[in-house]
Design a protein around this ligand. Structure first.
Ligand SMILES: Cc1ncc(C[n+]2csc(CCOP(=O)(O)OP(=O)(O)O)c2C)c(N)n1
Length: 590
């Protein structure tokens, strides 16, 4: 913190705001309440440097913070008042934690003298609630501050924790009386962290394994996403197939010759075949969860030696293969150092020749499977993607809409695709789009970011979960395009009921208790522009380049499907609907 530039009549709330400004945060999201009123006032005093955006539900604020962080690659910040405000914030907090997004959340709490402390009563103060124990399992760090002299220490510490190692959510719970206390800068404790020297990585074993391999591939997880340029340089040297994890689908454009799609339960068949046929898998920055490797570990990459690079050492406790090689490292460090080793090594010129044959096989797999899973839904989503510009951030919700985007979008090289991945929270797409809008403006990453276009793609169910944020879009005149894929059902769950409950639909379709409002009227109520797409010919460029906010309702039949889809107990490349056996065998034998 720069001391000399600080006014000397600050209270704790002012200090928090200065701290955020000094850390490059230009936008913050929240909702008013008595216990954060001093924070709101402090934000107002510094509105020249930081904008306090008021959502219409605290969940909207916490998802907006996630979107802001992902788009700006800085920390996202949201706040809420005590009790119900704080509990409303929790879904977005958990999202930041499970999806490893660096975010700081601030909750207000009752004055210390109104707090029940250790008394065995439920509450003393109005809206009092001890939120910290609730946050234990969904934050990297969460603490209650009852001493004004600890504020700077806790801010510095929580920011450090949120941004370092495996990123995630941190929460500071601050009583109202602490916010308003004046501070003496000279008495504030500061956080000092020890920089531990990084362990030297030994690349000899990796190089030896790679040298012996005939069919290597890389699985690139979300941990690689911030190091896109470094990764592209590594690819220049390695020239082996890249399989992405679903949350990381925007790492490479769809047309990149080494991009063979994403793996897993809903992954592309070509990706799952390539993994099945690989003899070495270098998994960088992916935790290889069940959705990716399947419920039966032995079905995952049966012929491969697995090398795992993960920043979270605890992930190694969950072994995927008995003889896997585990490397505890930051992905950026690993990628750069591997590139140096490869440049220094002569062995890899001949290897590249060997791998060339393997790449040809992978391309043959891609070509053979092309259009095998094409259906109305996939063609429509793909057609829409052609009109989404390169400088776009696309948020998706959770459900079929999300998987269609991952499977069928024609992703361009600068596009970002954001969603709730590990946490899988419906309702994320609209507030995340709002956060991404401001995050892209605040990002120093690219000159283009100022013109970034934001698209929110959601299902008719997920859209209704944070529908109130339309008022935010109207009020702040954000030119966000909201594409509602309206299949008049909770599509993902309806599909499960079709397969596993013999079409006994409960609470997922019109006839079974689920419904949608008239989205055209909703659009009108919020003063936005409405477009409707019923057939493929309605998908027109001018709709997606409309300069202001709009809702684009895309009508699908209610019986929509996400295929391919993993079938339990089958090898991961033998997804539903099953391929013709002759073709399946042909691909296996390649
Ligand atoms: C907050 C939350 N509640 C419930 C679910 C379970 N769930 C996953 S997908 C889905 C259906 C989503 O329906 P819709 O938003 O219409 O999207 P679609 O699958 O039709 O594209 C549900 C209910 C969830 N992921 N998140």
């Amino acid at each position: 913190m720069k001391w000399d530039s600080m006014p000397n009549d600050m209270n704790v709330a002012d200090l928090i705001v200065e701290f955020l400004i000094q850390n490059g945060i230009k936008d913050i999201f929240g909702y008013p309440g008595g216990m954060v009123i001093h924070l709101i006032n402090a934000l107002d005093k510094r509105k020249d440097k930081i904008t306090n955006h008021i959502n219409y539900h605290e969940q909207g604020s916490s998802f907006a913070a996630c979107g802001y962080s992902l788009a700006s690659r800085n920390i996202g910040v949201a706040y809420a008042t005590s009790g119900p405000g704080a509990t409303n914030l929790i879904t977005g907090i958990a999202n930041a934690y499970f999806d490893s997004i660096p975010c700081l959340f601030i909750t207000g709490n009752v004055n210390i003298d109104e707090s029940k402390g250790n008394l065995p009563i439920r509450q003393k103060g109005f809206q009092e609630m001890d939120i910290i124990p609730l946050l234990k399992n969904c934050t990297k760090y969460a603490t209650y501050i009852n001493d004004k002299n600890e504020i700077l220490y806790e801010l510095q510490k929580s920011l450090h924790i949120a941004k370092n190692g495996r990123c995630g959510a941190v929460v500071l719970d601050i009583p109202m009386n602490i916010f308003k206390e004046n501070i003496d800068l000279s008495t504030l404790r500061q956080y000092e962290y020890k920089i531990t020297s990084k362990k030297e990585m030994d690349f000899s074993e990796i190089l030896a394994i790679l040298k012996d391999s005939k069919r290597p591939c890389i699985i690139a997880g979300m941990g690689v996403n911030p190091y896109k340029n470094n990764f592209l340089q590594l690819l220049e040297l390695l020239q082996i197939p890249i399989i992405l994890s679903m949350p990381n689908i925007d790492l490479l454009p769809t047309k990149h010759p080494l991009n063979f799609g994403f793996l897993g339960a809903y992954g592309l068949r070509m990706a799952n075949f390539i993994i099945h046929k690989s003899d070495v898998i270098l998994s960088i920055g992916s935790r290889l969860d069940i959705r990716q490797i399947g419920a039966k570990k032995e079905n995952f990459a049966p012929n491969a030696k697995l090398i795992r690079i993960d920043i979270d050492e605890n992930e190694f406790i969950n072994k995927i293969k008995e003889n896997e090689l585990q490397i505890h490292s930051d992905c950026g460090d690993f990628i750069d150092k591997l590139a140096v080793c490869l440049r220094d090594s002569n062995d890899f010129t001949t290897r590249n020749y060997m791998w060339h044959k393997w790449l040809k096989i992978c391309k043959e797999i891609r070509q053979t499977l092309k259009d095998k899973d094409a259906r109305f839904e996939t063609k429509a989503i793909n057609a829409i993607s052609k009109y989404i510009p390169n400088n776009a951030i696309i948020t998706t919700d959770v459900g079929q809409n999300q998987v269609w985007v991952a499977q069928c979008f024609n992703i361009k090289d600068k596009q970002r695709i954001l969603f709730s991945s590990s946490f899988g929270a419906m309702g994320c797409s609209l507030p995340m789009a709002i956060g991404a809008y401001f995050g892209s403006k605040d990002s120093n990453i690219s000159q283009d970011s100022i013109n970034t276009k934001i698209y929110c793609i959601c299902g008719d169910g997920g859209f209704q979960m944070n529908i109130q944020e339309l008022e935010f879009i109207r009020k702040e005149k954000l030119p966000i395009k909201i594409i509602i894929i309206n299949n008049k059902s909770l599509g993902m769950i309806r599909h499960f009921q079709e397969i596993y409950f013999d079409k006994n639909y409960v609470a997922t379709t019109k006839d079974s208790g689920y419904s949608t409002p008239n989205f055209k009227k909703i659009t009108k109520a919020y003063g936005l522009k409405y477009f409707k797409i019923i057939k493929k010919q309605d998908i027109k460029k001018h709709i997606f380049s409309y300069p202001k906010a709009a809702i684009i309702e895309v009508i699908f039949d209610f019986d929509t499907y996400v295929f391919p889809k993993l079938e339990f107990n089958k090898p991961n490349c033998d997804q539903l609907p099953p391929l013709e056996r002759k073709l399946y065998q042909y691909l296996l034998n390649l």
